[in-house]
Design a protein around this ligand. Structure first.
Ligand code: DX5
Ligand code: ZN
Length: 215
């Protein structure tokens, strides 16, 4: 499978969102990565459903929604209603993860689980078949523009091992600090969805940066 690029809208110009959304539409990007933060699960607040709805109005590619919130179950239907195609919850925020994943699929979306840098991959073993996407956080969630945590490479290897053991291959997404210097090694280690915020939006030519990340 050719890998996917998901520019993170968190790094876009919020005063000119439509312009940045159109840039992504016209680029080689595959998904829009949408970071929802509640100021409780992570020490930052991003934006909520009215903004997601506005993004969805202009976006011509699937919305990959990353919920960095407590009690995500409460918001699954609402997320689907405003256009989410992938809904990713945090392992650390879900007491009944098996039930949450089923609810995401019932809402017609792909079910994703994100793991913080300190959370081992093997904790997903017993729900692995219920997962459509594993998001390995390569920074501590909450902010864009942080440096990539190198241990992510070995977590990708562990994730590949579980895929073989369980004979099930969810998308393998890496989120945080992804850039032109590390993306190739991430792909070699098995990643097939790369989220990139500042590497795309802070570059002088975002369309070309996206194209470079696709090579
Ligand atoms: C971090 C978010 C990321 C962030 C990535 O909590 O989940 O999606 O926007 O931004 P960069 O690519 O700048 O690290
Ligand atoms: Zn994210």
């Amino acid at each position: 499978m050719i890998h996917k690029i998901a520019p993170s809208i968190l790094a876009a110009d919020f005063a000119n969102l439509q312009k940045d959304i159109e840039m992504v539409n016209e680029s080689e990007a595959d998904w829009f990565h949408i970071d929802i933060m509640d100021g409780v699960f992570v020490p930052n607040i991003s934006f909520g459903f009215p903004v997601m709805k506005a993004i969805n109005k202009h976006a011509q590619k699937p919305l990959d929604v990353h919920l960095m919130i407590v009690n995500p179950d409460q918001y699954i239907q609402q997320c689907a209603d405003v256009g989410a195609k992938v809904i990713t919850v945090h392992y650390e925020a879900c007491t009944h993860l098996h039930r949450t994943l089923a609810a995401i699929r019932e809402a017609g979306c792909l079910a994703g689980v994100a793991l913080n840098p300190h959370t081992p991959v093997h904790l997903l073993n017993d729900v692995f078949k219920e997962i459509d996407l594993v998001c390995l956080m390569s920074v501590n969630p909450g902010f864009g523009g942080q440096s990539f945590i190198e241990n992510t490479y070995s977590k990708l290897q562990q994730l590949k091992n579980i895929c073989e053991m369980k004979n099930h291959t969810p998308y393998m997404e890496v989120d945080g600090g992804v850039n032109l210097d590390n993306y190739q090694k991430l792909l070699e280690c098995g990643a097939n969805v790369l989220v990139a915020g500042s590497a795309v939006f802070a570059s002088s030519n975002p369309v070309e940066t996206i194209l470079a990340l696709k090579q």
